[in-house]
Design a protein around this ligand. Sequence first.
Ligand code: SF4
Length: 387
Amino acid sequence: MAETLGIYVHIPYCLKKCSYCDFVSFPKDGDLDLSPDEYAYRVCREIEDTSGDIKDGYTVDTVYFGGGTPSCIGTDMIGRILLCLKKTFKISRDAEISIEINPETVTVEKAENLRFLGFNRVSMGVQSLNDEILSKLGRVHNSEKALEAYRILRNAGFRNINLDLMFGVPGQTLGIWKDTLEKIIELGPEHISFYSLQIEEGTPFYEEYRNGDLEIPSWKENREMYSCALEMLKSAGYVHYEISNASKPGFECRHNYKYWTMKPYLGFGTSAHSYIYDKRFFNTGELEYTRVFEESEDEEQELLDRMGDFVFTELRLIEGIDTVQFRELFGRSFEDVFGKILVSENMLPYLEIRRSGSGDIERLALSRKGLDNTNPVMQRFIETLYE
Ligand code: SF4
């Protein structure tokens, strides 16, 4: 049976740039090297040039259009790229086909067109249902528009909707965050993502923060917001399956799951990454991008890098790292490589170790304390590889 493959398509246009955003995205009406129409043709050419081995050897079971704001360009261009994918690859009948959208771009016509084209999952960037917070973030929409967009999507027949939320935002209190969570839970989307704001270099927020003009909630408040989300989502029947993601049972994002479990995927468009045949490659971040293959001369170094990627991605899952898969991929036992960490008194409170009847480690996950300290814990794993 053919192996399965995920496909990512990056659409790098937005109506305007948000204050915190460091994604590869450009204001749609700015002075651009390529119009969305020209860009769509370029992406199609890239798709058509995919090697025969990949076309014949894999069945695509997830497609994800991300950005940017894919919904801010015409559905004719989105449709052209999707049709090109369908002509080039075998796409399974029950494939998850997702698109990221933002509330300000949702109209009845657009939602119906997207359904008609074959999209069966949408991920909408709501971030907050508090208008002051939305304005601080530099978002184009307000809470009323977000609620209206949600209704339009439901009426258009979408039965698998993710809503993206953000916490740890300037001016946000625990009360404001709870209020947004309550309203979102009441809407009942199938999936909710909840990310802590990151201050990224090169963004307006970064400049304000550096100049002391941006006050964000303290780490303690940030962690209270995270705990509050976990509790509220759990009591509403959502399953917390990844550090920042929860879904109703059976509605985990199948595409993102591929990233977290090192399954093959191909990315098209500017800045898109790919992982296939145990190799990683990526496209550069301009509109007229090129593909870059990272060739390592040093096999040992490459193996260590791949092990690091494995830990970094799988540890994000609440079920944790599959140590059997680790051995299959790298030919060494997890305990062999990371034994030092597994007996470290300092590290044990951050980890949850599940053993088989014979005492072997089957799974290694972050404990609740580990979830609050993901970056230093992951950092420690990576350091161990190179000690
Ligand atoms: S809508 Fe998303 S991709 Fe576009 S600028 Fe805002 S955060 Fe960035």
